[in-house]
Design a protein around this ligand. Structure first.
Ligand code: TRP
Length: 370
């Protein structure tokens, strides 16, 4: 028998809240990387979770919104190329084991620690909760640790805003394993995009983030007409008024999107006057290049990504019951895995009373003596 500890298998867990359709920000920030990871063949198991229970922590009074968006997010996943033959897609609320784990993790985290979480802090401010923070919302980073650890995920591909959640999860893993003298829980790593353009895609209005409430998103399910219209109205450089004026590319949404999506082949195909983005930028900065031309090019570049996504979506939309079957199967797989981890956790915590023949025998002997 080998005494060497087995290398942990590489496992992915990630997810999104179903509060709206997914947009280009999700795509460059995480979805496109997830598909590449899925297709790399490096991972033993891949789980993608529709985080409806987490969505309810700040939408508890609007379950209809969450309910409607389960299918939207599922269709978005499938349409970008998440393949149910390789990846389990599941719905958080249908895996009750996760909530049991959360109850035990709550003991390992202080209120002060949750209060320090920068993402939670800014969300509290953004939602105007003031002193009326729902406990469920406040503690969602702890529940997110369950999502990740239940699957023994080694790798969590997420947007940059999720780094504090990963840090909290890692602390819980350390604390659990130390407290219960075990190695049941696996230490996860976040995986965020490495190029600057993909870290955070601005909204079409130039706002730092695409956000549904700001109305500045290009959705994966937008029609070609919608996309063209949104690009036409996108924020560029307000000081670039006349054609001959020099233009700025920093903070110019058109160029930020090109940074994230454009490849040299796109120039060869649609705009052979330039060899690459550097040449186009140089011309824009020196003056003599209008926004309209750049926007037309950007629309074509975006369509290279969006057209196949739209086509795949249309196929899945034809058979919605089949999409629900994919989710149902994903949930069954997720429950099996989470259940096995929970079992090991309860063994480590010594709260496995009915499975522990030794405990029963020992106590029987003790009481028998008297
Ligand atoms: N917090 C994530 C979001 O807002 C969703 C999420 C829930 C998640 N549980 C997760 C992401 C576990 C990665 C891993 O989009």
């Amino acid at each position: 028998m080998s005494t060497q500890a087995a290398q942990p298998k590489k496992i992915i867990l990630t997810g999104d809240r179903p509060t709206g359709k997914l947009h280009l920000g999700h795509y460059v920030g995480s979805l496109r990387q997830r598909v590449a990871l899925q297709d790399s063949g490096e991972f033993e198991e891949i789980y993608i979770m529709i985080a409806d229970a987490q969505a309810l922590t700040d939408n508890f009074d609007n379950p209809e919104k969450v309910r409607r968006n389960i299918i939207e997010v599922a269709l978005d996943y499938l349409s970008v190329g998440i393949d149910p033959a390789k990846t389990h897609i599941f719905v958080q609320s249908q895996v009750p084991e996760l909530f049991e784990m959360t109850a035990y993790y709550m003991n390992l985290v202080t209120v002060a620690r949750v209060q320090r979480n920068p993402t939670v802090k800014s969300e509290i401010a953004m939602r105007g909760f003031n002193n009326d923070i729902p406990c469920g919302f406040f503690t969602y980073p702890i529940s997110q640790a369950s999502d990740i650890t239940a699957f023994k995920a080694t790798t969590v591909p997420v947007g940059e805003d999720q780094l504090p959640m990963l840090e909290q999860t890692r602390e819980i893993v350390r604390s659990f394993n130390r407290t219960y003298n075990t190695d049941v829980l696996v230490m996860p790593e976040a995986l965020i995009p490495t190029d600057k353009a993909s870290l955070r895609l601005p909204g079409t209005d130039g706002n730092a983030k695409m956000s549904k409430s700001l109305g500045n998103c290009i959705y994966l399910s937008d029609t070609p007409q919608d996309v063209a219209k949104k690009v036409k109205g996108a924020y560029t450089d307000p000081t670039h008024i006349h054609l001959e004026d020099p233009g700025k590319v920093e903070g110019n949404v058109v160029f930020t999107y090109l940074d994230a999506f454009c490849r040299d082949e796109h120039f060869a195909e649609y705009w052979p006057e330039y060899a690459n983005l550097e040449e186009l930028k140089a011309h824009y900065m020196r003056g003599g290049l209008g926004d309209v031309k750049c926007k037309k090019f950007l629309t074509k570049v975006l369509e290279e990504t969006l057209a196949p996504i739209r086509a795949r979506r249309a196929e899945y939309e034809k058979d919605i019951p089949a999409v629900y079957d994919i989710l149902r199967e994903g949930c069954a797989a997720a429950r099996a895995t989470a259940g096995a981890t929970l079992h090991e956790m309860k063994d480590a915590m010594r709260i496995n009373y009915f499975d522990d023949a030794e405990l029963v025998a020992q106590q029987a002997a003790e009481y028998g003596k008297e």
